[in-house]
Design a protein around this ligand. Structure first.
Ligand SMILES: Cc1cc2nc3c(=O)[nH]c(=O)nc-3n(C[C@H](O)[C@H](O)[C@H](O)COP(=O)(O)OP(=O)(O)OC[C@H]3O[C@@H](n4cnc5c(N)ncnc54)[C@H](O)[C@@H]3O)c2cc1C
Length: 450
């Protein structure tokens, strides 16, 4: 009889419920490279390399506490069947996730095994997203105000490692290449081998985070924490505990915590409105144009709109894009190009290292004004004004789009100039912003369900 500890998006030993809440004193820690997920990814997907690296680190960390990690490649249910032929599974412990695939996979497994699920990837359990009348919040600010008093209390819930014996099993190492993936270059991922130092090193920037986080031209004044929260190499509870500690040292981390609560908000929306993974959050029937050529231009960073092309090329090259730029490119795709938010959401899902279903779906719906807490639908981001505000000297744009290297920075936000001369040095913008945004407003109005 053994407790199986199924590591998934909680790739750490610190403050991990799996290492604390098992009831058998014999355990089998496992990680499964799930073919249902992997089969949809490209063979050089950076996230797979990051996961592989983190799984190997987890294996070593487990060894250091007298345990080990059995690593599998396959479908989870089949893997558990294989394990049960060797030892009797009493229970499977795992940290839960809220997207459709994760829920249906767990549902299937719990029909055959006792699956015990923990809330770990997010701080707030589902009951915290509710108003006094029991219905879920749909707007961020009241949600934020209602949950803020509980943030510190919930973060104090710390899981201590309990000692256990290891099931006699084959704990051999596995090579990434053995299941058809290539090792991608992930050296640019911040703090890959010492995640917990990330917050400490970000200490000098918390005080200026509110004012400087949108400055995309210089050093990014954002943390790069996303990927670590996504795969649990930093736990959200330990992260908040650390930020509260800094607050007690006189460092203002409140704005940063507020952003982490945005992450909680999107998660709550996905929990309470699971259909929003696929359908518009608000009932509006927009007739998207869905022009495939324009979509490909957007994906490849070849729209002729400087800020869009720079951001998309950075995403394609690194797997990262700054929040401000995510807002600009998502607005451009849905409102200027009139392309369904689901196309953009899927593209981000393929490319973002820190891809988080709830944040991505919520933010894409927000950007297209089909979602919760949306700006009024008639307000459309102007990519040229955004450039003037956040990359006035064109430093960011020129870093990523060499075609603009000799163009004076003021011309990078001069739409008329780009429409007139763009073809002579690269290409002119594929849409005229004013015309396109008026078209979106009309399409939205026509789609409103009366
Ligand atoms: C269209 C669009 C898609 C997005 N997709 C994702 C996604 O797939 N995964 C993801 O984690 N975030 C997503 N975001 C939110 C945000 O852009 C990223 O969290 C942030 O850019 C990650 O960089 P960072 O870790 O350096 O952020 P920092 O500014 O250092 O923030 C620290 C952490 O706070 C959280 N956070 C910050 N801003 C937001 C926000 N607006 N919404 C939710 N959480 C936030 C993240 O966990 C982030 O890692 C998306 C935003 C937009 C507009």
């Amino acid at each position: 009889m053994a407790s199986v500890l199924w590591f998934r998006r909680d790739l750490r030993i610190n403050d991990n419920p799996l290492l604390s809440e098992f009831r058998q004193d014999i355990v089998l820690p496992v990680f499964i490279f799930d073919t249902q997920i992997l089969n949809k990814l490209s063979k050089d997907d950076k996230r797979v390399s990051f996961i592989f690296y983190s799984v190997m680190k987890l294996k070593n960390d487990l060894k250091a506490i007298g345990l080990d990690l059995a690593i599998f490649y396959g479908e989870p249910l089949e893997v558990f069947e294989k394990i049960s032929s060797i030892c009797h599974i009493d229970e499977i412990l795992a940290c839960g996730d809220n997207d459709f695939y994760a829920k249906s996979r767990d549902e299937k497994i719990s029909q055959s095994y006792k699956l015990i699920s923990f809330n770990d990837a997010f701080l707030l359990p589902a009951s915290y997203g509710l108003k006094k009348d029991g219905t879920p919040y749909r707007v961020f600010t009241p949600f934020y105000k209602s949950v803020l008093p509980f943030v510190e209390i919930l973060s104090q819930n710390q899981y201590k490692i309990k000692s256990a014996k290891l099931v006699d099993f084959d704990y051999k190492s596995i090579q990434l290449e053995s299941f058809g993936f290539e090792k991608a270059d992930i050296s640019h991922i911040p703090y890959i081998d010492k995640p917990m130092e990330l917050l400490n090193d970000f200490k000098p920037y918390f005080d200026m985070y509110k004012d400087l986080r949108d400055d995309i031209s210089k050093k990014p004044y954002t943390s790069g924490l996303g990927i670590h929260l996504r795969f649990g190499t930093i736990g959200i509870r330990e992260c908040i505990r650390e930020l509260i500690l800094y607050q007690k040292e006189g460092i203002d981390t409140s704005e940063f915590i507020r952003e982490l609560i945005w992450r909680e908000f999107w998660n709550m929306l996905l929990i309470h409105f699971p259909k929003s993974e696929f359908d518009n959050f608000y009932a509006v029937d927009i007739k998207w144009e869905n022009d495939k050529d324009k979509f490909h231009s957007w994906c490849e960073g070849k729209t002729g709109v400087p800020i869009i092309d720079a951001a998309m090329r950075e995403l394609n090259a690194t797997g990262f894009m700054h929040n401000r730029l995510r807002m600009i490119v998502s607005s451009f795709l849905t409102k200027d190009l009139l392309i369904d938010w689901r196309w953009g959401e899927r593209y981000f899902a393929m490319k973002l290292l820190d891809y988080e279903a709830s944040s991505n779906i919520g933010s894409w719906q927000w950007a297209s004004s089909t979602g919760a807490d949306g700006v009024p639908y008639f307000r459309v981001f102007n990519p040229y004004l955004q450039t003037k505000k956040f990359d006035k000297d064109g430093v960011y744009i020129k870093r990523w789009v060499s075609e603009y290297k000799d163009i004076p920075s003021g011309k990078l936000y001069d739409e008329n100039y780009l429409l007139m001369y763009g073809d002579s040095f690269y290409k002119k913008p594929i849409v005229v912003h004013k015309v396109a945004s008026e078209r979106f407003v009309r399409a939205y109005k026509d789609g409103m369900i009366k």
